[in-house]
Ligand binder design. Structure first.
Ligand code: AMP
Length: 114
């Protein structure tokens, strides 16, 4: 756990969240400011600051996140598709420096940006 990391505090239960999925490696909860009918954050329990810090020693956490994403999408009924977004660093728009993946869905998404 990293000091002063919002998502580490959520993982530790020190800050409440609207949890939708949890296993040994991953916690997923609803975004506090949703940008779509379904907007869920999928977070590795290990503190990794961002995509740039993924390496051989911790990349299994990323695989676990994507295993969770597939399960969550099914549970949320996102049968027609969804988008997974990772913001990295200042230019990427990352505001919480703990690696996370946004699941965005429940509507037809714009084809712009990606
Ligand atoms: P990013 O901008 O990619 O770093 O995403 C951070 C996300 O965390 C934003 O979409 C915020 O709305 C969301 N967020 C911030 N605080 C909380 C919180 N306490 N619970 C749930 N989501 C949060």
């Amino acid at each position: 756990m990293a000091n002063d990391c919002l998502f580490c505090k959520i993982i530790a239960g020190e800050i409440p969240s609207n949890k939708v999925y949890e296993d040994e490696y991953v916690l997923a909860f609803r975004d506090i400011a949703p940008q779509a009918p379904v907007h869920i954050l999928v977070v590795p329990k290990e503190h990794i600051c961002c995509a740039n810090a993924v390496d051989e020693s911790n990349s299994a956490c990323v695989a676990k996140c994507f295993e969770a994403i597939a399960k969550i999408a099914k549970a949320e009924g996102l049968d027609n598709g969804y988008r997974v977004i990772n913001n990295c660093g200042a230019d990427g728009g990352q505001t919480v420096m703990h690696l996370h993946f946004h699941i965005i869905g429940g509507m037809k998404l714009s084809e712009k940006v990606v």
